[in-house]
Design a protein around this ligand. Structure first.
Ligand SMILES: CC/C=C\C/C=C\CCC/C=C/CC(=O)SCCNC(=O)CCNC(=O)[C@H](O)C(C)(C)COP(=O)(O)OP(=O)(O)OC[C@H]1O[C@@H](n2cnc3c(N)ncnc32)[C@H](O)[C@@H]1OP(=O)(O)O
Length: 285
């Protein structure tokens, strides 16, 4: 059974296409998240597909939310989150949106990010991130809200928001503060440090360092397999107890959190830094 070829199947929504094994090959569809369900294990591999760098915009956040809805509906046993790019997991928030947006578009962006965050962080199945390339800013954060991370050598990972001029949103601080030892969290958040996978594994930012994407997927499957003999209700109740603080914060303070993000992005200082950052990115070549 080939799992690497895209096949035609019913379109789940405008941005998500499920890959299955019905034998009707079609040309590769330009969907923002590709879903490939392994019928044997019941695990869904969700591949972000907003090339070249999987920068996160409203559409990609919505596609991730829709993909998680689909996994919930199909009673998935677990998700592997990865990317179709050969070298980038996700380059974080779309700098173009930060550079050229306004308070309305930034509100919509953050609203969509909150929804995707809740779908992943409060899912009824475990998620494992196969980080097959750079995971920067929001890209790093979306791997952090999975239950496990395996990262391929040779790339960088970290929350560099501060370098882009954006004060760290509260939930990012809460989760980084729980994942990393306190001192590393403080340094990482205030300096926007990017780490090699080897460095990241020493501070709990990634769980395993691997040589390639195939090994990352194997590690993710092995992690998900650990839950096969444990009743998922018990796992989920326990996980929700652990994660309640962040989930409740977003659910109970949705608008305030959006307002805080917009305020952070629209400040003159942030806009000047974003402009310089944007230009440096464009002048790189
Ligand atoms: C409640 C909360 C819930 C959820 C919150 C969700 C998310 C939290 C987010 C919080 C805030 C986050 C802020 C950010 O994420 S800011 C973005 C931070 N990212 C970066 O700084 C990465 C910048 N990019 C790079 O460093 C390199 O591009 C990279 C290493 C990724 C790849 O390098 P490479 O040499 O391979 O390619 P490039 O030539 O540099 O790039 C190719 C083209 O892609 C464009 N690009 C790169 N990054 C971005 C981006 N982030 N947004 C938009 N576009 C990007 C780059 O300009 C190139 O374009 P062209 O020149 O080809 O047009």
């Amino acid at each position: 059974m080939s799992r690497n070829i895209l096949f035609l199947s019913k379109t789940i929504n405008s941005n998500v296409r499920r890959l299955c094994t019905t034998p009707t090959p079609v040309q590769k569809a330009e969907k923002l998240v590709l879903i490939d369900v392994n019928d044997k294990t019941g695990y869904g591999t969700l591949s972000m597909n907003r090339l070249p760098v999987n920068s996160l915009n409203v559409e990609l956040f919505n596609a991730l939310s829709d993909a998680y809805d689909e996994m919930e509906k199909n009673k998935s046993r677990g998700v592997i989150l990865t990317s179709t790019s050969p070298k980038i997991f996700s380059a974080g928030l779309d700098i173009n949106d930060l550079y050229s947006g306004d308070s309305k578009s930034w509100s919509e962006l953050w609203d969509a990010s909150q929804e995707a965050f809740l779908k992943i962080y409060d899912a009824s199945f475990p998620s494992a991130a196969a980080i097959n390339g750079h995971a920067i800013g929001g890209g790093c954060f979306f791997s952090m809200i999975c239950d496990y991370r395996a990262m391929v050598k040779g790339y960088q990972i970290g929350l560099n928001e501060i370098q882009v001029g954006i004060a760290l949103p509260k939930v990012l601080v809460m989760i980084m503060g729980k994942l990393l030892p306190r001192r590393h969290a403080e340094i990482s958040l205030t300096q926007g440090t990017l780490y090699s996978p080897e460095q990241a594994s020493k501070i709990n930012l990634v769980d395993d360092v691997v040589v390639d994407k195939a090994e990352a997927i194997i590690k993710c499957e092995a992690f998900l397999n650990k839950f096969r003999k444990i009743p998922m209700d018990a796992v989920n109740t326990t996980k929700r107890t652990i994660r309640r603080e962040e989930i409740d914060y977003i659910r109970n303070n949705k608008q305030k959190d959006i307002d805080d993000f917009v305020k952070a992005v629209e400040s003159v200082e942030a806009q000047n830094t974003i402009k310089m950052y944007y230009q440096a990115l464009k002048n790189k070549k």
